[in-house]
Design a protein around this ligand. Structure first.
Ligand SMILES: Nc1nc2c(ncn2[C@@H]2O[C@H](COP(=O)(O)OP(=O)(O)OP(=O)(O)O)[C@@H](O)[C@H]2O)c(=O)[nH]1
Ligand SMILES: [Mg+2]
Length: 246
C-alpha cells in the first residue's frame, strides 16, 4: 500500500488497542508497534526484503517505490505480541523528497541496505547515514547494515571484509543476505547468507530489550491492582500520545 501524506498521522502511532476486552475491569491490551525504516539506493532490494519478511516470499515483480510503502507483521517475543511496521522507503530522490520527514518521525530502528553486486550503492551509505544525522536521530536508535543479493555472489563487488570494516566504523552489525534466495543459488546453497526473517527478528528483539514491559506495583493502600507499564512510561510518567522513542 502506498501512503498518502495526509494519512501519516494515523500511522505514526506506536500503540494500537486490541478490539476485545479480556475483562470489563481491565483496559484493553495495547500492542506495541516498532517502526523500522529501510533505506538505501534505488534498486538495492528494499521492497523485496520487506516483502520477504512480511509475506514470506520474493515478490514476482517490483516497481520503484514512490513515497513509501509500509508492511506489517505481528510477531511474538517472550509471550508479547509486537507489530513490526516496516517502512519501505523510496530510493529515488524524486520519489522521496516530500516524505523524508515522515520516515524519521518516531522511528525506532533503521536498516541501511546496499546491493553486494553494486559498489555504488555501498559508496552511497555515508549519504544515508548523514540524512539520519540531519533528522536528529539519536544514538540510541539501533541501526543495522544489510548487504542484499548474496545469491549473486559471482557478481559481488563489495567484499564482506570491506563491508564489515564499514559496519564496525559505524558501530552497526552487518548482515549479508538475499531477499530472493537466502540459501544461495550459484554455490549449491552453501553461501551462508543470513535469513531475512532472522535479521528483522534480531532488530525487534533489540528494541524489546531496550524498552521492556515492567511490572509496576501500586502504591500502598491502592488495592490489589497491578498494572503492566512500559519502561518509558515509567520514565515520563504518562502514556502520552504513544509516539515514543527508544
Ligand atoms: N538476484 C536478486 N535480485 C534481487 C534481490 N532483491 C531484489 N532484487 C531485484 O532487484 C530489483 C530491485 O528491487 P526492489 O526491491 O524493487 O528495489 P528497491 O530498493 O525497493 O528500489 P526503490 O523502490 O527504487 O528504492 C528487482 O528487479 C528485484 O527483483 C535479491 O536478493 N537477489
Ligand atoms: Mg522499493
Amino acid at each position: 500500500m502506498t501512503l498518502e501524506e495526509d494519512s501519516m498521522a494515523d500511522i505514526e502511532s506506536s500503540f494500537e488497542f486490541s478490539s476485545s476486552l479480556t475483562s470489563s475491569s481491565l483496559p484493553p491490551p495495547r500492542t506495541r508497534i516498532f517502526k523500522i525504516i529501510v533505506i538505501g539506493d534505488s534498486g538495492v532490494g528494499k521492497t523485496c526484503l520487506t516483502y520477504r519478511f512480511c509475506a514470506g516470499k520474493f515478490p514476482d515483480k517490483t516497481e520503484a517505490t514512490i513515497g513509501v510503502d509500509f508492511r506489517e507483521k505481528v510477531i511474538e517475543i517472550d509471550g508479547e505480541k509486537i507489530k513490526v511496521q516496516l517502512w519501505d522507503t523510496a530510493g529515488q530522490e524524486r520519489f522521496r523528497k516530500s516524505m523524508v520527514q515522515h520516515y524519521y518521525r518516531n522511528v525506532h530502528a533503521v536498516v541501511f541496505v546496499y546491493d553486494v553486486t553494486n559498489a555504488a550503492s555501498f559508496r552511497s551509505l555515508p549519504v544515508w547515514i548523514e540524512e539520519c544525522r540531519q533528522h536528529a536521530l539519536g544514538q540510541e536508535v539501533p541501526r543495522i547494515l544489510v548487504g542484499n543479493k548474496c545469491d549473486l555472489r559471482h557478481a559481488a563487488q563489495v567484499s564482506t571484509d570491506v563491508a564489515q570494516q564499514f559496519a564496525d566504523a559505524h558501530s552497526m552489525p552487518l548482515f549479508e543476505t538475499s531477499a530472493k534466495n537466502p540459501y544461495g543459488s550459484d554455490d549449491g546453497g552453501r553461501n551462508n547468507s543470513d535469513h531475512v526473517e532472522a535479521i528483522f527478528m534480531t532488530v525487534a528483539h533489540k528494541l524489546k530489550s531496550q524498552k521492556p514491559l515492567v511490572l509496576s506495583q501500586p502504591p500502598c493502600g491502592a488495592g490489589d491492582t497491578v498494572t503492566l507499564r512500559r519502561q518509558d512510561e515509567e520514565d515520563r510518567g504518562t502514556w502520552g500520545c504513544g509516539c515514543w522513542r527508544s
